[in-house]
Design a protein. Sequence first.
Length: 276
Amino acid sequence: MIKLTIIGNGYTARFLSKEALQKGFKVSIITRNIIKPKKNIHYFHFDDEMNLQKKIQDESLISTVPPNQDGTDPVIQKYKQAISSNNKKIIYLSATSVYGGGIVYEDTKPNPQNIRGKTRLKAETEWLTANNKSSIFRISGIYGPGRHPMIKYLNGNDEVIVKSGHVSNRINVEDLSAIIIKYLTENYNYKYLNISDDNKIQSYDAIKYVTEKLNLNLPKAISYQSNKVSEAIKSFYEVDRVVKSKFIGNEFNYQFKNPDYKEALLKLTKKLIKVT
């Protein structure tokens, strides 16, 4: 039985912990806020150093915690010594924002263009410095049940940001969780792994596809340069990036459950409006 400790209890952690339980893992979650605890999961408060030093040192470890604003990692700051002594698999969930524009693979040199990418890259370095056997998973935009753009559309916000030629890289949380479980249970060891469905598409086109299929009103396109758009979102649209992996579909041999973003979005939307 694999003993897995997940640090953080956000969207990805909740799906991942469920998948791990189904695969027979013994799962613990470290979090600052224990809200609606799930059955068969052991919860620990982030500041419970007395009980956590040994757990972090001895178990497979996944951190879903984002860096601080200055790029320092809160987990490394508190538990660096335990992490450095860990000889199990360690995964830090980073983001593809560490790259610049163009087509990027795992061996593409990072070139972050915004503060989010810069802080993520600094946090990656801290994890690798603490334990050079750590694996860095660089993840595209995560979506899934309860987290996708059609929720806002159905709630009355039908405006969709558009930039000509800009494509989004996505990963369904179901596929992300399955990839992590496969990595933990099989004999793989990557320093860096890009996780994206390799199905580039503009967000507007995906939403337009769903609305046409369901006979809904078309979304209203607004420019990414509009005053309605925050500076953080604008910085996202200023980088045109296509994320690829040298490993996922090859030696890692993972077959995506949701390879097509627009079809997955259609399926998620049908569940919301109870269309068969």
